[in-house]
Design a protein around this ligand. Structure first.
Ligand SMILES: Nc1ncnc2c1ncn2[C@@H]1O[C@H](COP(=O)(O)OP(=O)(O)OP(=O)(O)O)[C@@H](O)[C@H]1O
Length: 292
């Protein structure tokens, strides 16, 4: 997909550069992501994937470039590079998860989903007055928050564990809870940083189903950083490949599988075993096809 193909994508990244001293973690990167699509960002270790997320979510101020988010029901684009992280979540409605799970492990599963709705509840409480007086408007919002939490508990199959401490959940369930918690903020763009890391094959399949379900039902855009190619190739609509901070390919899963620049970037790894297994298999198949 080219950027020109859709004049108003959900997210437009233009000429993004992020420098750390002399190191260009991201170097003049441009791509676009659409609503109701899963856009994967892949690339070898250190390619700059997480730095892209950190720029999008306000953890880093980009050295240069423009990050424009245009929500489907809004005429006013948000220029993310000019916003603070807190406002990026609250106003631009960008949510993210992290490579290392960051749940409130001492809180219950349900509480994790309610805390995520803190902003909406604070607004409904008129910053405490309506809450203190227990006014109807506040109680309605509170009930809605609980309903939303229950909806997501059911979606991720954790209704029976609602009262468990989040830290006591099995690893795969914690990963799903993180996604549900992000969804409780009503994002228009959900950024997932290696959600399949540490999952077994069955859990990876469940993750695929959950993400496809979110795309279909919530109609939001998903940005996905992932090394697990069984996830990337099966559920992505569009893949952007980075190497050394620059975009080396951009296209559909089939285009990316057969792109020589992608194959070269991954073959740059020291040993064949360093490659994600599916990429290594893809590369072997591509080489066999070429030899025929
Ligand atoms: N805060 C920072 N200070 C200095 N260098 C940084 C910082 N953050 C990232 N980098 C560097 O930027 C480059 C890109 O890092 P990044 O974490 O974005 O890569 P990645 O593609 O997400 O890697 P991985 O797949 O291993 O998670 C790396 O060389 C990294 O060391």
């Amino acid at each position: 997909m080219t950027i020109a193909a859709n004049p108003t994508p959900l997210l437009r990244v233009e000429h993004l550069t992020m420098r750390f001293g002399g190191l260009f973690a991201i170097n003049d990167l441009s791509f676009a992501a659409k609503q109701q699509e899963i856009t994967a960002i892949i690339g070898p270790n250190g390619a700059g994937k997480t730095t892209v997320f950190n720029c999008l979510t306000g953890f880093y101020k980009p050295s240069s470039g423009r990050l424009t988010l245009t929500a489907p029901d809004s005429d006013t684009p948000h220029l993310l590079e000019r916003m603070d992280g807190f406002c990026i979540t609250k106003d631009a409605k960008v949510a993210r998860t992290f490579q290392n799970i960051r749940l409130f492990s001492g809180m219950s599963v349900l509480e994790n989903l309610l805390v995520a709705q803190h902003n909406a509840l604070m607004r409904a409480s008129v910053y405490s007055l309506a809450g203190l007086l227990n006014l109807k408007s506040y109680r309605v919002k509170e009930r809605q928050s609980i309903e939303k939490a229950k909806y997501w508990l059911e979606k991720i199959g954790l209704t029976a564990q609602a009262d468990w401490s989040a830290g006591n959940l099995p690893y795969g369930s914690q990963r799903r809870l993180e996604i549900a918690r992000a969804m409780c903020t009503d994002p228009v763009l959900l950024c997932l940083d290696e959600p399949a890391a540490g999952l077994n094959p069955k859990e990876s399949l469940e993750l695929n189903d959950l993400l496809l379900d979110i795309r279909r039902e919530q109609r939001i855009g998903i940005l996905l950083i992932e090394h697990d190619m069984s996830v990337v190739m099966n559920i992505s609509d569009h893949i952007v490949v980075l190497d050394h901070g620059a975009r080396i390919a951009d296209g559909s899963p089939i285009e990316i599988r057969n792109d020589p620049a992608v194959i070269r970037a991954y073959l740059g790894a020291d040993e064949d075993e360093d490659l994600p297994q599916e990429i290594a298999t893809d590369i072997r198949h591509a080489a066999q096809r070429e030899a025929r």
